[in-house]
Design a protein around this ligand. Structure first.
Ligand SMILES: Cc1cc2nc3c(=O)[nH]c(=O)nc-3n(C[C@H](O)[C@H](O)[C@H](O)COP(=O)(O)OP(=O)(O)OC[C@H]3O[C@@H](n4cnc5c(N)ncnc54)[C@H](O)[C@@H]3O)c2cc1C
Length: 446
């Protein structure tokens, strides 16, 4: 680390996306890069990692393979170096254990000398005359600055906590902290989980498995019209592709918002096999007695009140259009994650582009300013589609970022992989529509 040196890239945050960028830039001698994360060490969602849980995407979507399968930081190379390749082969599953994915990423950070933990970025300034960013890094040993030509934000997302749920730290927790609190939950009389996605489902299953030993009342509610499973049909999986990302980006802003609003089942639901496991467990548990467990769709939590040692939860049922109350000693929020603009960006907010709804406006190449020098990972579902948080598209985005910064195609990026077409060819369109798509350029220019 050198405060006099001018880096080409400073990465802020080291989750899987910026870690992938660190791995893919490591063999490129022409790029000088450095990455910082505030955590003590790499840690990927370990607070909600039930034993045996797996990634929802195949292992090939590791840190590097989609951009460069020969890169030393591939998952297969990790297995080879840890003498687990044959065991992985015999296991015959494409799906990595979540705990193993965490170990794999941690291993990658340990190989990379330019990835630093315990390093919180608290301010970024821009020197117009030198066209350089100064990044202030807070570390246990003190504060230092580094200077860079480009920034890549990889600060991730944070669990959604409605305002009315704040202020009850003993009784209301996020699903992200589930394992930390689980021991306490087991002594409670009632537990309520809100949110019908994969995290809510995993927590419900885990607590349901132990319900006979602990005798709590277990409730699981979602505002969705049903506990829906994710659509993982292969023609739907084709939407996780460069083709669909380009198509989605080419639509105008209102159309994109409308389309994304109709795509919940493509990325928000529960894995089908997991839905079936929950059903089978309910069936098994109800053999000898009614299970003290409730599940209710169509119920939106809209108020919380503390009374003695329990919470009064108010829900609105959208089918009967009525409110009702539920008592619970604890509430687990599994409402998904949201992007929060990091405070360190405050001094350079005016350099960033914003869309008409006040959201960060991403260029096609994931840069967020006119000069293409600030890039952002894992934001822009509204511009690049629902696969933005998908680990399977991380290499694609990183390849585009690297290619843009270097001005040449270092990592070739596939343009068409889908059998289906997401729009007719321009020459096939016979009726120009008045509210047609904007002509966003989705071509990479190097
Ligand atoms: C439980 C769970 C399971 C998931 N499973 C899958 C899956 O199976 N398949 C899939 O495709 N997707 C999955 N996802 C979605 C997604 O891929 C992950 O959320 C992924 O972790 C996103 O990575 P990231 O790099 O954006 O950020 P994160 O992993 O969130 O990491 C961001 C990092 O930035 C650091 N940071 C933030 N601000 C600063 C700052 N100012 N200074 C320094 N450091 C900072 C944080 O400490 C953090 O370590 C899952 C998500 C969750 C929550």
């Amino acid at each position: 680390m050198n405060s006099q040196h001018i880096y080409d890239i400073v990465g802020i945050g080291v989750g899987p996306f910026n870690l992938g960028l660190a791995c893919l830039t490591q063999p490129l001698n022409e790029l000088s890069t450095i990455f910082f994360d505030s955590k003590d060490e790499f840690d990927w969602h370990s607070g909600i990692m039930p034993e045996g849980s797996t990634l929802q995407i195949p292992f090939i979507a590791d840190l590097v393979s989609f951009a460069d399968p020969k890169n030393p930081y591939s998952f297969l190379n990790y297995l080879k170096l840890h003498n687990r390749l044959y065991q992985f082969f015999i296991r015959e599953s494409f799906f990595i254990l979540r705990a193993e994915y965490n170990l794999y990423c941690k291993w990658a950070t340990e190989q990379l000398e330019n990835v630093h933990f315990k390093s919180f970025i608290n301010q970024i300034d821009y020197d117009e005359s030198r066209q350089l960013y100064t990044v202030r890094v807070k570390q246990p040993q003190g504060e230092m600055t580094v200077v860079t030509k480009n920034l890549v934000l990889g600060t991730g997302t944070t669990p959604i906590t409605p305002k009315f749920c704040q202020g009850y730290p003993e009784q209301i927790h996020s699903s992200a902290d589930y394992l930390r609190h689980k021991k306490d939950y087991l002594n409670k009389k009632s537990i309520t989980i809100v949110g019908g996605g994969q995290s809510g489902a995993e927590i419900y299953y885990d607590l349901l498995s132990e319900i006979d030993q602990h005798e709590y009342q277990l409730n699981w509610l979602t505002k969705a019209p049903h506990f829906f499973s994710m659509d993982l049909g292969k023609l739907t999986l084709e939407y996780t592709s460069p083709d669909y990302t380009s198509h989605f980006y080419s639509l105008d802003e209102d159309k994109r918002d409308q389309v994304i609003g109709s795509q919940n089942a493509l990325y928000k639901g529960i894995e089908l096999s997991f839905v079936n496991r929950i059903y089978d467990l309910l069936y098994q548990k109800s053999l000898n007695r009614p299970i003290p467990a409730r599940m209710m769709p169509n119920c939106a939590l809209d108020a919380v009140e503390q009374q003695g040692n329990h919470l009064n939860l108010t829900f609105k049922n959208s089918d009967i259009n009525k409110r009702f109350k539920l008592e619970s000693e604890v509430l687990i929020l599994a409402l998904g994650y949201e992007y929060k603009i990091p405070e360190c960006l405050n001094p350079i907010r005016s350099l960033i582009n914003w869309d008409s709804k006040g959201r960060i406006a991403l260029n096609w190449n994931y840069s967020i300013n006119d000069d293409n020098t600030i890039f952002a990972q894992n934001i822009g579902i509204y511009s690049h589609g629902f696969t933005v948080p998908d680990l399977g598209m991380g290499c694609y985005r990183n390849a585009i970022i690297i290619n843009t910064i270097l001005g040449r195609e270092v990592y070739p990026v596939e343009k068409r992989i889908a059998y289906q077409e997401f729009a007719p060819m321009p020459e096939e369109v016979v009726t120009p529509l008045k509210t047609s798509s904007k002509s966003h350029s989705t071509e990479l220019s190097f």
